[in-house]
Design a protein around this ligand. Structure first.
Ligand code: ADP
Ligand code: ADP
Ligand code: MG
Length: 684
């Protein structure tokens, strides 16, 4: 086994790899950018080397510096994690040339699977089923259009070099094809440096089911069952689970064998994932069968192979009791696969939720900021087993995070900050655990998808495993703009927090006092709140016996508060909850078992003169780069019309006109970097 490895990545995956290395007594070297000088992955490793500026191209993609760092520290092997250099065959080759082991497949396998179009041609030869489409080298726009027309709409245009859900455009009708192609090619060129695309039939109501495969240098290759990653937004995975609900045993085996065939076709070594798109059709029913819902028939087609460890690998670890990073290290060190196909089995059910810094209610716009408060449910970070053997008793809750409280989420990297993984004997149990664990995940300081994930987990479709990639759109009515906690309880919690802060100096449980203590010596006190976009007044009355009376939202009644550890138990208006309340600025972030909400205490004086709208200011929703302007000064525009395109976190964002008007000034040029809130153009 290696004595020392370098981890050429950051965030949760760098921490994840470091955890296994530590368990195996392999020393670790971190690399880091300017923005990551104090990052958790640096602390998680034995040594760390600074490799450059914050932008990935100046650090995590600088493989010359990474190789130098490996040499300088005496590392024998490099683990690339996912993203960054993990699927870069030149880097894999450069490692080999420098006498370092690349912990991943041979460069030739990465190359063969690297471009979606070429890998499809290869899979066709290997007899793996493909989605109908065009994956030729001729990229003439007119030819592409003709192919799309032939395949029939809707079609999907995909960047051949794409990944991570980027560089894809669904096209519903022929008229939209040219614009979608141009935009897709631009994003592809920008993100992947290659604008070749392929075109596929857009499969209706598809499920994304992928197979984990593992090969060694002794010619063995096994499949470690499947993961269902159908719950997606913008073609990016949101929730992943294993095994796939409703998977017929015959189909599992056929998919597993097709995945191994795909891997063997490229002499695969190490951890890889073969992604399939699964078409669901109502099966033909013979007349004898009678009523009831007809069974669903599922056909699977090869989509792509990811030649690396996948973000969602922990669900496979949970159901197999294996440590896939340990397998990666063993295989890279030349050992045989630790298990044969018939020694592998599925135990229970696991689900992973990706916790991202983003605003689901605003089209999942990535968010940046500081993690002012970070409170996790009870969990293990990574299940370790004293004797180093596979960990056969998966933890009910596992968290893979790359951040700590106080860390900043910068615009330079992916918006995923952590993963929450639960395991249960059944899917129902895993689901209940996930719901509870999400309720106990409290993040303050920037927008996250935690509450949204909870809504998804509780949606009818997810609960009943009615899965397909349109689940989020289908359930939109119960997922977005939800307010799980009402005004009365939120206000009661905010009042409780204010009193707790004031009485904090008075002893362990200030609310057990019944001695008539009053702040400022007054008997009533006025509060004003902003909640759900509206302003509300509230009155708190101190009764003679020390009890409290609260009036808010048309209800007046006793308010009973008790300290419960860090949390406050609040009873008001026939409702009772235990809330964690974290105050940041004027905002109270209220976390209850039924959900999280925010309530703002308004300072009456400071807000006296407000009420005028800002009018036609158009600002950058986040820090990033201006890609293009669709308008110039003097142009008349309609509400909703696209005005500018920005790029941040590798995604394009279109900025639309909030109202009809005329552009009076364009304040930046394409290519400019802008700060969050920067005014991009003026509208009259
Ligand atoms: P998939 O590629 O199928 O979406 P994952 O969901 O496991 O697989 O994606 C892994 C992560 O790797 C993504 O979250 C993304 O951040 C990153 N990633 C994948 N491909 C690229 C790429 N070409 N450039 C930058 N990041 C990428
Ligand atoms: P990436 O490399 O970005 O992961 P994929 O080719 O794996 O790209 O596709 C990502 C997602 O897009 C899939 O998980 C699926 O939800 C959707 N998708 C891909 N191909 C199709 C298709 N032909 N029809 C419908 N949806 C598709
Ligand atoms: Mg994919």
């Amino acid at each position: 086994m290696f004595k020392k490895i370098l981890i050429a990545n950051r965030g949760e995956i760098a921490c994840r790899v470091a955890a296994t290395a530590r368990r195996m007594a392999v020393r670790t070297v971190a690399v880091y950018s300017d923005a990551d000088a104090d990052a958790q992955h640096v602390a998680a490793c034995d040594e760390a080397v600074h490799i450059g500026g914050s932008a990935p191209k100046d650090s995590y993609l600088r493989w010359d510096r990474i190789l130098q760092a490996a040499k300088d520290t005496g590392a024998e092997a490099i683990h690339p994690g996912y993203g960054f250099l993990s699927e870069n065959e030149e880097f894999a080759q450069a490692c080999a040339d420098a006498g370092l082991v690349f912990i991943g497949p041979p460069a030739s396998a990465i190359q063969a699977m690297g471009l979606k179009a070429e890998s499809k041609r290869l899979m066709q030869q290997a007899g793996v089923p493909l989605v109908p489409g065009y994956h030729g080298t001729d990229q003439d726009p007119q030819l592409l259009k003709k192919e799309a027309d032939r395949i029939g709409y809707p079609v999907l245009i995909k960047a051949s070099a794409g990944g991570g859900g980027k560089g894809m455009r669904a096209v519903d009708k022929a008229e939209d094809f040219d614009a979608a192609l141009a935009s897709c090619k631009r994003e592809a060129k920008n993100s992947f440096g290659d604008d070749a695309v392929l075109i596929e039939k857009y499969v209706q109501r598809p499920r994304h089911i992928e197979i984990q495969v593992f090969g060694d240098t002794h010619g063995q290759c096994v499949w470690l069952f499947e993961r269902d990653c159908s719950v997606q937004r913008r073609h990016q995975k949101v929730l992943e689970e294993a095994p796939a609900p409703g998977m017929p045993p015959g189909m599992r085996k056929r998919m597993g064998e097709a995945a191994v065939a795909a891997a063997k076709a490229v002499n695969y070594v190490g951890a890889g994932t073969v992604e399939f798109i699964v078409e669901q059709r109502q099966a033909e029913r013979s007349p004898r069968e009678g009523g009831g819902p007809s069974p669903v028939q599922m056909d699977f087609f090869f989509m792509e192979m990811n030649t690396r460890l996948q973000v969602e690998h922990p669900v496979t670890e949970a159901i197999t009791g294996l440590d896939l990073v340990e397998w990666q290290l063993r295989v890279a060190a030349g050992e045989k696969l630790p298990k044969t196909q018939d020694q592998l089995e599925i135990r229970g059910h696991a689900i992973e939720a990706r916790i991202c810094a983003e605003n689901p209610d605003n089209n999942f716009l990535p968010a940046t900021g500081r993690l002012e408060m970070l409170r996790w449910p009870e969990h293990v970070t990574f299940r370790r087993n004293a004797d180093g053997e596979p960990f056969h008793d998966p933890a009910p809750v596992r968290i893979d995070a790359g951040v700590r409280q106080g860390d900043a989420i910068s615009p330079f990297y992916d918006s995923m900050v952590a993963k929450l993984i639960v395991h249960g004997a059944t899917r129902e149990q895993a689901l209940a655990r996930l719901d509870d664990a999400l309720a106990r995940t409290h993040i303050v300081g920037l927008a996250t998808n935690v509450q949204f994930l909870r809504q998804v987990v509780r949606s009818r479709s997810f609960a009943q495993a009615d899965l397909d990639t349109a689940l989020i759109q289908r359930e939109a009515a119960v997922l977005f703009h939800q307010e799980p906690v009402g005004l009365k309880l939120a206000a009661a919690a905010a009042v409780a927090k204010a009193l707790a802060d004031e009485r904090g100096l008075q002893g362990a449980d200030p609310f057990s006092r019944r001695d008539g203590w009053r702040p400022y010596g007054v008997a009533t006190r006025a509060f004003a709140f902003e909640f759900g976009g509206e302003r509300h007044e509230a009155t708190l009355t101190y009764l003679h016996d020390g009890a409290l009376q609260l009036s808010v939202g048309g209800t007046s009644g006793p308010l009973v508060i008790a300290q419960r550890g860090e949390a406050l138990e609040v009873q008001f208006a026939g409702e009772r909850t235990v809330a964690h309340v974290d105050t940041l600025g004027e905002t109270d972030h209220v976390f209850t078992p039924r959900g999280a909400t925010r309530i703002v205490a308004i300072d009456l004086l400071a807000h006296a003169g407000e009420g005028e709208s800002e009018g036609g200011r158009l600002t950058a929703p986040m820090p990033g780069k201006v890609v293009s302007f669709a308008v110039k000064a003097g142009d008349a525009v309609k509400k909703g019309q696209a005005l500018a395109v920005m790029e941040a976190m590798k995604m394009e964002h279109t900025i639309a006109a909030p109202a009809d008007g005329t552009v009076s000034e364009v304040l930046y040029a394409p290519g400019d970097q802008v700060a969050e809130g920067a005014e991009l153009l003026k509208l009259n």
